[in-house]
Design a protein around this ligand. Structure first.
Ligand SMILES: Nc1ncnc2c1ncn2[C@@H]1O[C@H](COP(=O)(O)OP(=O)(O)OP(=O)(O)O)[C@@H](O)[C@H]1O
Length: 249
């Protein structure tokens, strides 16, 4: 398999386990810049664990994760946290908002933390809230919102600082059936128009349907016709500091 130099994010030989139970086994995956990739598979197959490793929330027990030439798996914690805050957005299946902040302050948080002025952060956050049809809630506290509205705010927060990559783990789980397609469409349209790479995880084939490509996990392993062969050799950084591995997912 030929190396994919255009991969913005790539992982090789990922292993992870919880209290001795394996959750990921030798998983390789590459994600190109601007691509929408869906990680799919049955419940408990390792989708969330894979997104955790790719996004630097989890450090894999073994294996490597490279983002834009940076080795996330060996990055010191402060640098990894900074990179996650500035370059990544996260949407979970539950909208974890800060109850003491208003809706717009929640959506603006990554911008404010990276040093943007309050006025610009507010304007940008409110634009995203409008796109997600919750602009009218901007001054409310999260506690006054329905769960589906809170999830829209969480999506606005993930996009407002124009991250390079948004990770979305079952992002439509708290939404009613009728809202799901619309929110997914907003997320993917916004990502495409802003050149944001998206890594989605879902067991729902309809969610996978909005992606450019899907990779499937079963029992912690990648399966399917395009799954790379198992790895048994370590990845060596190439001359430019990038991993010399072949991962065109
Ligand atoms: N914090 C944890 N402690 C112990 N076991 C865990 C933990 N998180 C996940 N697991 C186990 O690891 C395996 C993979 O879990 P993971 O959540 O990554 O799968 P998933 O495909 O995202 O599942 P789901 O679709 O239900 O969210 C499962 O067997 C799960 O029970």
């Amino acid at each position: 398999m030929v190396a994919a130099p255009e991969d913005l994010l790539r992982a090789r030989g990922l292993h992870h386990e919880y209290e001795g139970s394996p959750a990921l086994l030798d998983v390789c995956v590459g994600v190109r810049e601007g691509e929408i990739l869906c990680v799919t598979g049955p419940r408990g197959c390792g989708k969330s664990t894979l997104l955790g490793c790719l996004s630097g929330r989890l450090v894999p027990a073994r294996g490597e994760v490279w983002f834009d030439g940076v080795p996330l798996h060996t990055l010191p914690v402060p640098a990894r946290e900074r990179l996650r805050r500035d370059r990544f957005g996260w949407i979970g299946s539950e909208p974890h908002l800060l109850p003491e902040l208003t809706v717009w302050e929640n959506a603006a948080l990554p911008l404010l933390l990276s040093g943007a002025g309050r006025r610009r952060a507010r304007r940008t956050a409110c634009e995203w809230l409008e796109r997600l049809d919750v602009g009218y809630c901007a001054r409310s506290r999260p506690g006054a919102l329905l769960q589906a509205q809170r999830q829209r705010v969480a999506i606005a927060r993930a996009l407002a600082h124009s991250p390079a990559v948004v990770f979305a783990d079952e992002p439509t789980a708290p939404l009613h059936q009728a809202d799901r397609a619309q929110v997914l469409r907003t997320l993917t349209t916004a990502a495409r128009s802003h050149g944001i790479t998206v890594v989605l995880a879902s067991h729902d084939a309809r969610v996978a349907g909005v992606a450019d490509r899907a990779v499937t996990l079963v029992d912690g392993r990648r399966v399917g016709p395009d799954a790379p062969p198992p790895t048994d050799t370590p990845v060596r950084p190439g001359p430019e500091g990038r991993a010399a591995c072949s991962l065109s997912a």
